[in-house]
Design a protein around this ligand. Structure first.
Ligand SMILES: C[S@@+](CC[C@H](N)C(=O)[O-])C[C@H]1O[C@@H](n2cnc3c(N)ncnc32)[C@H](O)[C@@H]1O
Ligand SMILES: Nc1nc2[nH]cc(C(=O)O)c2c(=O)[nH]1
Ligand code: SF4
Ligand SMILES: [Mg+2]
Length: 212
């Protein structure tokens, strides 16, 4: 099988429990909750996406087989076999992730994290599972390492989410495209955490730092 890849780049994980960690980001093309076209945004299930995941025209984008894709990720990591970390994202990566790419990345010594919307069960070989539920979608992945809810999404059933089996519960202010941190989103997310101490705030550090 070959994979449609939007971009691959080395940066710091900006979000969640592993924020600040050196990571290669592997962004797959395509999503099941939005076409990625602006004209479809207002009718999409997920309407607040901050990411261009259409096509294969980004940095190191293209069509890869598993061996070549894992080799590219390893080349971008560079020297050193310690603490190798790759974050698989998209788009919705579970549309494409399979045994072959998981095995190939593990063979290069990577710990593998995923950022997924949770509508497709994640691959069992993944080492760190971050699920970010979208109101109006059917989440099937009810366990993992971190649940990262972008806020506000007022139609979310937060009480039900609190019964899911995640080690960490995070609230991330919604980027509205107007500022690095949208003031209203930060205020509402802060209020959320003050009312629900099971959750803690996740900021998009890479945007604050000007990193990809
Ligand atoms: C672009 S998504 C790709 C992975 C997957 N499709 C998902 O939604 O989890 C990566 C992360 O960015 C978050 N995200 C997307 N748009 C955002 C926004 N406008 N503000 C804050 N976080 C956002 C998502 O919720 C998800 O946690
Ligand atoms: N630096 C950085 N950290 C991130 N964490 C999750 C991201 C994503 O788009 O999935 C992301 C991203 O796009 N860049
Ligand atoms: S599910 Fe993820 S990639 Fe898809 S549109 Fe929403 S935030 Fe973007
Ligand atoms: Mg991003």
């Amino acid at each position: 099988m070959s994979y449609a890849v939007k971009e691959i780049f080395l940066t710091l994980q900006g979000e969640g429990v592993h924020a600040g960690r050196r990571a290669v980001f592997l962004r797959f093309a395509g999503c099941n909750l939005w076409t990625g076209r602006e004209e479809d945004r207002s009718s999409a299930i997920c309407q607040f996406c901050d990411t261009d995941f259409v096509g294969m025209n980004g940095e190191n984008g293209g069509r890869y087989d598993a061996a070549d894709l894992a080799a590219k990720v390893a080349a971008l990591w560079g020297e050193g076999t310690q603490s190798r970390y790759v974050v698989i994202t998209g788009g919705e990566p579970m549309l494409q992730v399979d045994d072959a790419i998981i095995d190939a990345l593990h063979a290069h010594g990577f710990q593998i994290a995923i950022e997924s919307n949770g509508t497709i069960a994640v691959h069992p070989g993944i080492d760190w599972v971050c699920i970010s539920p979208k109101a109006g979608s059917d989440v099937v992945q009810h366990h993992g390492d971190e649940l990262k809810l972008v806020w506000p999404q007022l139609a979310s059933d937060v009480d039900r989410m609190e019964e899911w089996q995640f080690a960490h519960f995070l609230i991330q202010p919604m980027d509205k495209g107007d500022a690095v941190l949208n003031a209203a989103s930060v205020e509402e997310a802060t209020r959320f955490v003050m009312n629900r101490p099971k959750w803690r705030l996740s900021l998009q550090n890479h945007k604050i730092l000007g990193l990809p």
